[in-house]
Design a binder for this molecule. Sequence first.
Ligand code: FAD
Ligand code: SF4
Ligand code: SF4
Ligand code: SF4
Ligand code: SF4
Length: 413
Amino acid sequence: MAAKGDMVLAWTTNADLQKKAECGGAVTALLKYALENKIVDAVLTVQRGVDLYDAQPVLITNPEDLNNTAGSLHCGTLLLSKLIKKYLDGASDMKLGVTVKGCDMMGIYELAKRKQINLDNVTMIGVNCGGSVSPALARTMIREKYEVDPNDVKKEEIDKGQFIIETEEGHKGIAMDILEDEGFGRRTNCRRCKLKVPRQADLACGNWGVIGDKAGKATFVEVCSQKGADLLTRAEQAGAIATEPAPAKGIEIRGKIEGAMLKLGDKWRAKDFTELGQGQTRLEKIMKATARCIKCYSCIEACPICYCVDCSTKNPALVTPGEIPPNFMFHLIRYAHISDSCVNCGQCEELCPAEIPNALFMHAQQVELEDLFGHKPGVDMTLPILALVEERAERDRLAKTGSDMIYLNCFNK
Ligand code: FAD
Ligand code: SF4
Ligand code: SF4
Ligand code: SF4
Ligand code: SF4
């Protein structure tokens, strides 16, 4: 019987799945078991599209189809949280299994506390995440730094601090810090990310700490909730997975790697935020960069915190229609509404056609608000700072000024 807090090595008992999977296939086997046994009605996960740079979200109801989703796509920079809200009615009346990186999980929590996702219906299988690489940049990086045609790459992986590619000719790896010093490597938000082991999911799975003859053949699973413990126990009893206790040395190594990754996150935060400057310098930088905005709304569409039916950026009293670039109020609205809850998922930057470092701007503000108010977004159901606004008092105050513009306070309804 597994229990919350347990740490085990786990792998699938299905030989075909073992071959396709990243590190033993426990994640896919657990999801498959959950679907076969109606613990979930569907699984939302990620599968390879036309090539390994093309990670696609997929909703699966036939357990056999899950075999196609095994394996890690490190150029998969997509975010699953908002899809649950947008296309699956927030899992309001379906039980859903989801594979989540830290940012996917944080987005789910932020939407859940806004009553946009029913967390009770979601089983989160977390994957540790050292970072992901933008698909377009990965292609350039492989061509320029590896001197390989990106179309010839059969598999990519991130291991022992290297980005490694596999072609017909063999393997080639380059240290991530070398790549990053030259502007390649992980997305900049990933470098600053400090959610490496998603312990707020039901299970947290990864390869850190899998040593000896199990290296590459098993996944290190940390049991993070009763729901996770039940799933692991039932899947093992049914013979879908096999497990053994995580070795003490593996636990120690995993802890050290996680610690080193957190320090690296601090280093990148210090660098990025220092370069961004403070006060007027920062404001000028943000205004200069956002002057490239073409008001395509991609940042809003992709942001897990943005779900409002009537977005204030479309209010003509605030943002003049038909004006490109939009006035700065367009961006100020987002900073005001989101910065307390930004989970640094990077979507608003990744998808910006004007290449505006939106995630950096928002994340810098989020970290300062966290320092001031102690609110850490995305890790539990604690309400954001904005929820503390007294809506009635604020409406009265605004009415006296002749305006009734206010961000709808949905938290207290
Ligand atoms: P499998 O059975 O192969 O299942 C993998 C699951 O991950 C599938 O459900 C698949 O759909 C899903 N998936 C694949 N790509 C993505 C994606 N981009 N976003 C969301 N879901 C995805 N582990 C560590 O210990 N250290 C790391 O630094 C680390 N970095 C990772 C970075 C990324 C981008 C990803 C996706 C995973 C990372 N992992 C890391 C986890 C590790 O690679 C394995 O996913 C984990 O050990 C489970 O292995 P498995 O064989 O049980 O998974
Ligand atoms: Fe992974 Fe964090 Fe980047 Fe998300 S933001 S892909 S969890 S490193
Ligand atoms: Fe402007 Fe970029 Fe947002 Fe589009 S994604 S609205 S260009 S900031
Ligand atoms: Fe993600 Fe950008 Fe929204 Fe922050 S503001 S949560 S980085 S999309
Ligand atoms: Fe996002 Fe604010 Fe628009 Fe809502 S009103 S969608 S929080 S920018």
